[in-house]
Design a protein around this ligand. Sequence first.
Ligand code: FAD
Length: 340
Amino acid sequence: MRFLENFPLAAFNTFGIRAKARYFAAPASEDELARLLRSVTARNLPLMVLGGGSNVIFGGDFAGLVIHPDMRGIQCLGETAEHYLIEAAAGEKWHDFVQYTLARNWFGLENLSLIPGTVGASPIQNIGAYGVEVTDRLHSLTAIEIATGCRHEFTHAQCRFGYRDSVFKQELRDRFIISRVRFRLLKTPAPRIDYGDIRQELVARHIDSPTPRQVSDAVIAIRSRKLPSPDVLGNAGSFFKNPVVGRAQLESLKADWPALVSYPQGEGAKLAAGWLIEQAGWKGRRIGPVGSYEKQALVLVNHGGATGGDVVCVAQAIQQAVRERFGVELEMEPQVYGGN
Ligand SMILES: Cc1cc2nc3c(=O)[nH]c(=O)nc-3n(C[C@H](O)[C@H](O)[C@H](O)COP(=O)(O)OP(=O)(O)OC[C@H]3O[C@@H](n4cnc5c(N)ncnc54)[C@H](O)[C@@H]3O)c2cc1C
């Protein structure tokens, strides 16, 4: 397996930060990955896993080895009366995978169309959009343990999914590299159109009982209007998680801010982080090359030449503004690597 040295990462992170990796390797099979891990763990090199780089920020150069899983392949492993069991390799692009499933009438991922990144990263933060999350469709996955190079199987329950969360962001953080993910997809369409603007978009297209393909097209159209394409304006999607508050805090916030945007979550609610940021005066505002996007306050964008430090500086300014105004903590969604 070839190590590339001083590898430029600008094309490997959607924020477009010009950092470098001391070493870079892109294993194309589980065996290659296992051999790579066994050869590097003895050397005590810092490691990071990088998929499409759509949920990471480089705080500076990464002084270790970046592993970019590059395994490919999609296959149907079996079926029941209601489901297909579909397996996709970690290096497949998520959106292309979703389109591939729809083309074969394997349903259930349509609401997750146009999310950037790879299949291997999709369980890490339990990607979600328009009322559907990966947890709703994931069956199980295979991962390689970083310390040993050994293969492990994880059931759905063992992934311990939560809102933008999984065991791989908690207890098992930095311990496994996901190599294959299996999904239980539906034979009969069951479109979910009650979330966000999907129904409105379908009405505008004069569609009353949409096919999954039409739901996917609607999601693609809505997302293309609302979110900046990383090819045009560097960004990492939603920059903060929607904060979850308990019932008492929700009631007190609602008393002060009757227009507060929130969604029920357990006993309390999930607040719309974009609304909080907008009310704190940050929509469209920037410091140097980094700012909040003019059409969607929750997205931070790179107007050109941003460093990781520029991004963190704006993120902290927004967190402080929201804390001062609402007493609510915003947690960053992307992970920060490098620069220490
Ligand atoms: C324009 C835009 C829109 C977005 N919209 C959404 C959205 O609607 N919903 C949503 O949930 N997210 C969204 N995101 C965030 C992002 O697309 C997802 O989090 C995606 O799953 C990240 O995939 P990636 O391959 O780019 O991962 P990376 O950014 O490369 O990595 C993310 C994290 O996962 C780890 N990782 C990556 N691959 C593996 C692997 N194979 N094994 C173990 N760890 C791994 C990395 O170490 C890192 O910690 C958006 C991002 C952008 C830029």
